[in-house]
Design a binder for this molecule. Structure first.
Ligand SMILES: [Zn+2]
Length: 152
């Protein structure tokens, strides 16, 4: 996992990713609900246990709510009981990017969509959940849209 420094622009995204999606705040505000805009574009956090997917076990693929990129699948989702959807890995390397987040007096690693640079959540390591990677991608439901396997 390569972690980038600070709030950089999406220029350094991996060659594996699709063409970057770049829109102005005004465009995003038009396309997203106020809650989606707050979380995805202003790095907000939904309240725990309130989101749509924290307790979802349905099979399918989780897309970025802002741009539709496929980010996570139900195969890597696990029950962390933290109140947000948790995954032990992204769908593939290069679908998300990592940034150091030193806001709120904490040193965390922020996870963003590699395609549209929207905020998804944070990744934590070494918490002992016993998952294959020992990582927990703690993602806001409002940043995701589940496409169920039987609807795909
Ligand atoms: Zn996106």
């Amino acid at each position: 996992m390569s972690v980038e420094e600070g709030m950089s622009t999406p220029e350094n995204t991996s060659k594996m990713t699709p063409a970057p999606v770049e829109k102005s705040d005004a465009q995003w505000r038009e396309e997203l609900t106020p809650e989606e805009f707050h979380v995805l574009r202003q790095a907000g956090t939904e309240r725990p246990y309130t989101g749509e997917y924290w307790d979802t076990h349905t099979e399918g693929v989780y897309q970025c709510r802002a741009c539709g990129s496929e980010l996570f699948t139900s195969s890597e989702k696990f029950d962390s009981h933290c109140g947000w959807p948790s995954f032990w890995a992204p769908l593939a390397e290069g679908t998300v990017r990592y940034l150091h987040d030193r806001t709120m007096g904490m040193d965390r690693v922020e996870v963003r969509c590699a395609t549209c640079d929207s905020h998804l959540g944070h990744v934590f390591e070494g918490e002992g959940y016993g998952t294959p990677t020992d990582q927990r991608f703690c993602i806001n439901s409002v940043s995701l849209r589940l496409v169920k396997a039987d609807e795909a």
